[in-house]
Design a protein. Structure first.
Length: 113
């Protein structure tokens, strides 16, 4: 099993909230101002800023202030550790299921003899 990546916990935590996932989905379309991200949620600005700080800490977004407007942009490369971990888990479980399938097939063959 691969070494534990400390960013993995931050990524899973950041993606565990539906509001943050909604924000990321919006940012996948392009950069957006904080007020634009806040609009559909109905949440107050301090709550939105806390959500954004979680996303930023996980490296999923980058923010930039231009005058009075703070904009956010998606950083998709930050998902790489999660993608790698999930791929490794997929390989492990496929191998286990293949071994189970082989075992069951052998049992069935022996039973039919």
């Amino acid at each position: 099993m691969a070494k534990h990546d400390p960013n993995l916990d931050l990524l899973f935590h950041a993606l565990s909230d539906p509001t943050r996932r909604m924000m990321l989905a919006r940012l996948a379309e392009g950069s957006a101002a904080v007020s634009e991200l806040a609009g559909p949620t109905g949440l107050r600005l301090p709550t939105i800023l806390r959500h954004l700080s979680v996303l930023e800490e996980a490296g999923l977004i980058a923010t930039q202030k231009d005058g009075r407007v703070r904009s956010c942009a998606l950083q998709p490369q930050a998902l790489a550790p999660m993608r790698d971990w999930l791929e490794e888990q997929r390989r492990v479980w496929e191998a286990r299921l293949d071994r189970l399938d082989d075992y069951v097939m052998n049992l069935m063959k022996e039973r039919n003899k």
